[in-house]
Design a protein around this ligand. Structure first.
Ligand code: GCU
Length: 861
C-alpha cells in the first residue's frame, strides 16, 4: 500500500512535464456544482475493446475522476442494449452517461433515435440534461470526439445542460509527421524536428515501445484529428520492406483505439530502388503491379489504413516527370492501387525544380509560380480518390504569404491545405508564435473564383465546388521530448490546428482560452497573460523577422532559424528578395514582372497587380519598389523596416516580464514555469539579435539612416572587440550583421581562457541591467563568468543546443547569437567589468558585446 501511495505521489509529481498536454484532467475549482448533477454510471453501447466507443467510456471515466473527483461505474451493453455477460444493469442506469454510435443507440431506442439531428461523417450528438448525458457518434470515432468534447467543457468548469450536434467541417484532418527511420547513427530523427527524436522509429525500425505513439493518437483524437502520416515526405524506400510494414501495423494498432488512421509517405522511385525493377515509370504495367502488390500487403496488415502522401518531382525527389509523365499520371497510379481498399492519396502540390531557377538570368523567373504552372491543365485528369495537398502559400511556410492561387485553379479536384504546426520558419518552437490568427486569415481569404465568394476554407471543405473530399494536413514535429514540441506554449498551435480543422469558425482567442484552461488553469490572470502574449506573438515575430511580405529573412541555406537576409538571394532556392542598394521586393506583376499576380482570379489579380491596391503587408511579395517608397501608413519602406523591428523586439521584451507575473498562480507549477520562462527570456534576447541584424543589413545596403537614430547607434553598449583583451582576439563575423559592429571576439585557441575587461568610467553609480551577447555554437559548451570588480555576477554555459531544440549550428552567426541578462547589478562609477570565457570543444567562448542600461527605466539596448 505504501509503495502504491508513493507511486501515486511520484505520478503526480511527474505529471506536469507536459506529457499530458491539455488532457491533464486537472480538478476544477468548484466541482461540487457539477457533481450534484452528475450520473454515477457510464453505459457503453456495443463497445469493443480497442475501438473508439470503448475508449470513449474509458476516457469519460478517467476524465470525470480527474476533473470532478468521482469514479463512475461502467455498464457495458451489447448490441441489443442488454448488459454484457449476463450482468445486471447498473443501479442508476436511468441517470447515466450513455455513449455509443447512433446506430447502436437506434437499435435499443428506435423512437428516440429517429428524433436525433442528422450527423455527417465523424460527427457527434451531445446532450447533457438533468443528470443524464447522451453522447452519440455518427461512427465509432465520432462517439469518442463527443466524449472528448464534453470533457473539454467540463475541464473548463462548464457543467451546464446543453445539446449540441457537431460535424467536422472537412473529412481530411490529417497530421504529417516528417519522421525519418534513421538519421546517420541510430536516431530516428524528425526533419525540422525541434522536440526530440521520432516517437515511431529508431535505428531504421519501428520502435519496440510505442507508448508515445498511443499517447499521441489520444491527443490527436481529443481535437478531432483522424490520420497521421508517420514518415517523412522525403520518404525512405525502406519503409516498404516486410519488416517495416509489420512495424507500421503495430503503430496502427496503437492508433486504432482512438480512431486515428495510419497513412504513409512514399518514395516514387521505390519500385526501382527497393523492388529491383528497371523503371518507376507510372504508366509501366509492371510498376503499377508493384504498387498494387505493396498496397495489398499494407492493407493485409492495416485494413483501416487511410492512404498515402506523395512528394514528387520536388527538391530532388523522383516523380512521374522523370519519365515525361504528368503529375496526374503519377497520382493516379497510387489512386488505383488504393481504390479497392477505400484509401485516398494526398498528392503534394509542392512541386518545383530548384535546378531550373536562376535569379540572374531572368527577371521573370519565380518559384512562386511553380504549383499553378505544373498543375494547370490537370484538373480533370485525377482519379476520384486523389486529393491535391497545397501549402498555404506559394513558397514555403513563411511568416506572411498570400494564399496559394492553386486553390482557385483546381475546381474538380479535391484539395487540402497544408499548414505547419512545426515552426520551421517561425522560431522553431524556441520563439512563442501562436499561429491560429495567421491560419484564420488564410482560411478566411476570399479568392473570388468566377467573381463569387470563395473562401479558402470553403474550397477545401468541398462546399464551394461541390466536392466530397478535402480538408487539412498539418505538418507536426512532435518528438520524444516530454513536452512533445519542445515547448509547452507551442502546444497551443497543435490544439488550434485540430479545433480549426474541425471548425474554422472558431476564434483564435476562443481556442486559446480552452487550451489555457485545460493546460494550466482557469485562473483569470493566467488567461489574461497567456492570451496577451500569444495574440501579440505572430505580429511581433513578423515585425522582428521579415516585413511587408518580404518573407521570414532567416538563413535559408542553414537551419531556417536565425537572421541572414543575404542568404535569400543568389541561389536556386527561389526565396528571393531582389534587394539592391535602391530597391527591394519581387516584381510579380503581370505587366512587368513574373506574372504570378495573374495566377489569381481577376478580382484578386487586379488587387495585387498594383502597389496602391496591394495591402502593405504583402507589398514586397508582389512589387519591387525603392526603399523610399511611401506605404499607405505614410512611412517609407525602409523606415517601416526599422520601426517594425524595434516594435517587434520591444514586444518580445515584455513576454518574460508578463510570464513572471504568473509565478505561483493556479496551474503554473514550478517545472513548467521555469521551462517557459527560460524560453521567453531567450526569445526576448534573440528578438534583439534579429532586430539589429535586419536593421543593420538594410541600413548598410540602402545607406538610408533611421529617422529616429537608433540603427547603428547603441548608447549603452560596449563592443567586446573594443575592450581590453587577454587571451581573446577579434573575429569578423559572417554574415557581418550578425554581430554588433560586425565583429566578435573568440579565444586565441581552444584551450586558452580569455578575458575581456573594461573600466566603466562614464557610468554613474547605481543599479543596472547587464546584458551580454554571445554565441552558443553546437560544437562545445563554453562557460562564461561575469564580474563587476571582485563580485561574481553570474555564470552561464553555452549549452543551448541541449536546451532548445532549434536547429543546431556550428557557426558564429545569427542562429547561434544569444543574450543573457543579469538584472539589478550594483555598479559604481569606475568599476571594472570583466568576463572570463572558457572555451570548450571547438567553441571558442565567443562574445559580441555587453550592454549596460539603467534598471527599471524600460530601456533595452
Ligand atoms: C521545406 C523544408 C523541407 C521539406 C520541404 C517539403 O522546404 O525545409 O525540409 O522537405 O519543405 O515540404 O517537402
Amino acid at each position: 500500500m505504501k509503495s502504491l501511495l508513493l507511486l501515486a505521489a511520484i505520478g503526480l509529481a511527474a505529471a506536469e512535464d507536459g506529457l499530458a498536454a491539455w488532457l491533464r484532467y486537472a480538478r476544477i475549482d468548484n466541482p461540487k456544482t457539477c457533481l450534484a448533477k452528475l450520473p454515477s454510471t457510464i453505459i457503453t453501447l456495443n463497445a469493443t475493446k480497442g475501438l473508439p466507443v470503448y475508449t470513449a467510456g474509458e476516457e469519460l471515466g478517467k476524465g470525470i475522476d480527474g476533473i470532478l473527483g468521482k469514479r463512475l461505474e461502467i455498464d457495458e451493453r451489447d448490441e441489443n442494449g442488454k448488459p454484457r455477460g449476463g450482468k445486471k444493469p447498473a443501479k442508476d442506469s436511468n441517470n447515466a452517461i450513455t455513449v455509443g454510435t447512433v446506430a447502436a443507440y437506434a437499435k435499443a431506442n428506435p423512437k428516440e433515435a429517429a428524433k436525433l439531428p442528422k450527423l455527417g461523417d465523424d460527427g457527434y450528438y451531445l446532450s447533457v440534461s438533468r443528470g443524464k448525458a447522451l453522447i452519440l457518434g455518427q461512427n465509432e470515432r465520432g462517439t469518442l470526439y463527443g466524449a472528448f468534447r464534453w470533457l473539454q467543457l467540463l475541464g473548463q468548469g462548464n457543467c451546464s445542460d446543453f445539446t449540441l450536434a457537431s460535424t467536422p467541417d472537412a473529412p481530411i484532418r490529417w497530421v504529417n509527421q516528417w519522421d525519418n527511420l534513421q538519421d546517420g547513427g541510430t536516431h530516428g530523427s524528425v526533419e525540422r524536428g525541434y522536440g526530440g527524436d521520432s516517437i515511431f522509429f529508431w535505428d531504421g525500425y519501428v520502435r519496440p515501445d510505442l507508448t508515445r505513439a498511443r499517447l499521441y493518437a489520444r491527443l490527436l483524437a481529443s481535437i478531432g484529428l483522424n490520420a497521421v502520416v508517420v514518415n517523412n515526405v522525403n520518404a525512405d524506400p525502406r519503409t516498404l520492406t516486410p519488416e517495416l510494414m509489420d512495424g507500421l501495423a503495430r503503430i496502427a494498432d496503437e492508433f486504432r483505439p482512438y480512431g486515428v488512421q495510419l497513412a504513409l509517405a512514399l518514395n516514387f522511385a521505390s519500385p526501382q530502388t527497393l523492388g529491383g525493377l528497371d523503371t518507376f515509370d507510372p504508366l509501366e504495367p509492371s510498376v503499377q503491379a508493384w504498387w498494387d502488390n505493396i498496397t495489398n500487403e499494407l492493407y493485409r496488415r492495416i485494413p483501416d489504413m487511410a492512404g498515402y502522401l506523395v512528394k514528387a518531382n520536388s527538391e530532388g525527389q523522383p516523380g512521374p516527370m522523370t519519365y515525361n509523365r504528368t503529375l496526374a499520371d503519377g497520382a493516379n497510379m497510387f489512386a488505383r492501387s488504393l481504390k479497392p481498399h477505400g484509401g485516398i492519396i494526398l498528392f503534394r502540390a509542392f512541386v518545383y525544380d530548384h535546378r531550373n531557377l536562376n535569379q540572374t538570368l531572368s527577371w521573370k523567373a519565380d518559384r512562386a509560380r511553380a504549383a499553378v504552372d505544373y498543375f494547370d491543365g490537370l484538373d480533370d485528369k485525377f482519379d476520384d480518390n486523389v486529393v491535391v495537398q497545397i501549402k498555404y502559400g506559394p513558397i514555403d511556410f513563411q511568416v506572411r504569404e498570400p494564399v496559394s492561387p492553386l486553390f482557385a485553379h483546381l475546381v474538380k479536384t479535391p484539395t487540402a491545405i497544408e499548414l505547419q504546426i512545426t515552426q520551421e520558419y517561425l522560431g522553431q518552437q524556441a520563439h512563442l508564435v501562436y499561429l491560429a490568427p495567421m491560419w484564420k486569415e488564410l482560411l478566411d481569404f476570399d479568392l473570388r473564383v468566377d467573381g463569387k465568394p470563395s473562401r479558402t476554407r470553403d474550397i477545401i471543405n468541398g462546399s464551394r465546388f461541390n466536392r466530397k473530399l478535402g480538408g487539412y494536413a498539418g505538418v507536426v514535429n512532435v518528438g520524444t521530448n516530454t513536452t512533445w514540441l519542445g515547448s509547452h506554449l507551442a502546444m497551443s498551435n497543435l490544439y488550434a490546428y485540430g479545433r480549426l480543422a474541425w471548425n474554422p469558425s472558431e476564434t483564435s482567442e476562443g481556442i486559446l482560452s480552452e487550451w489555457i484552461s485545460l493546460t494550466f488553469s482557469s485562473d483569470r490572470k493566467v488567461h489574461d497573460v497567456i492570451t496577451r502574449m500569444s495574440m501579440l506573438s505572430w505580429p511581433a515575430y513578423e515585425n522582428y523577422t521579415g516585413n511587408l511580405g518580404i518573407q521570414t529573412l532567416t538563413d535559408i541555406l542553414l537551419g531556417h532559424y536565425g537572421p541572414n537576409p543575404a542568404s535569400q538571394d543568389g541561389n536556386p532556392w527561389g526565396q528571393w528578395t531582389r534587394a539592391d542598394e535602391d530597391s527591394i521586393g519581387m516584381d510579380r506583376t503581370v505587366w512587368n514582372g513574373t506574372g504570378f499576380a495573374g495566377q489569381y482570379p481577376p478580382e484578386v489579380a487586379e488587387l495585387y497587380e498594383h502597389p496602391e491596391t496591394t495591402p502593405d503587408n504583402l507589398l514586397l511579395w508582389f512589387h519591387h519598389v525603392p526603399y523610399t517608397y511611401v506605404l499607405k501608413s505614410g512611412k517609407t519602406v525602409i523606415q517601416h523596416f526599422y520601426d517594425a523591428h524595434y516594435a517587434g523586439a520591444e514586444t518580445a521584451q515584455t513576454f518574460p516580464q508578463l510570464w513572471q507575473t504568473l509565478k505561483g498562480r493556479k496551474g503554473i507549477d514550478k517545472e513548467r514555469y521555469e521551462h517557459v520562462l527560460f524560453r521567453l527570456t531567450y526569445q526576448a534576447g534573440h528578438a534583439i539579435v534579429w532586430r539589429d541584424s535586419i536593421c543593420n543589413f538594410y541600413f548598410n545596403k540602402s545607406g538610408i539612416p533611421d529617422e529616429l537614430g537608433r540603427v547603428g547607434n547603441y548608447k549603452y553598449r560596449i563592443e567586446a572587440e573594443a575592450m581590453q583583451l587577454d587571451g581573446y582576439v577579434p573575429y569578423d563575423v559572417s554574415p557581418f550583421e550578425a554581430a554588433s559592429g560586425t565583429k566578435a571576439v573568440v579565444t586565441k585557441t581552444n584551450s586558452t581562457v580569455g578575458t575581456v575587461s573594461a573600466v566603466l568610467k562614464d557610468l554613474k553609480t547605481g543599479l543596472y541591467d547587464v546584458a551580454v551577447n554571445y554565441y552558443d555554437q553546437a560544437i562545445g559548451n563554453s562557460t562564461w563568468d561575469l564580474y563587476i570588480d571582485r563580485t561574481h555576477v553570474g555564470r552561464w554555459k553555452g549549452d543551448l543546443e541541449y536546451i532548445l531544440g532549434r536547429a543546431p549550428s556550428p557557426y558564429i552567426d545569427g542562429q547561434t547569437a544569444a543574450r543573457v541578462t543579469f538584472p539589478k547589478v550594483q555598479i559604481k562609477k569606475g568599476s571594472v567589468l570583466k568576463i572570463v570565457g572558457r572555451p570548450d570543444g571547438e567553441e571558442p567562448a565567443p562574445l559580441d558585446y555587453v550592454s549596460i542600461f539603467p534598471h527599471g527605466k524600460g530601456i533595452v539596448d
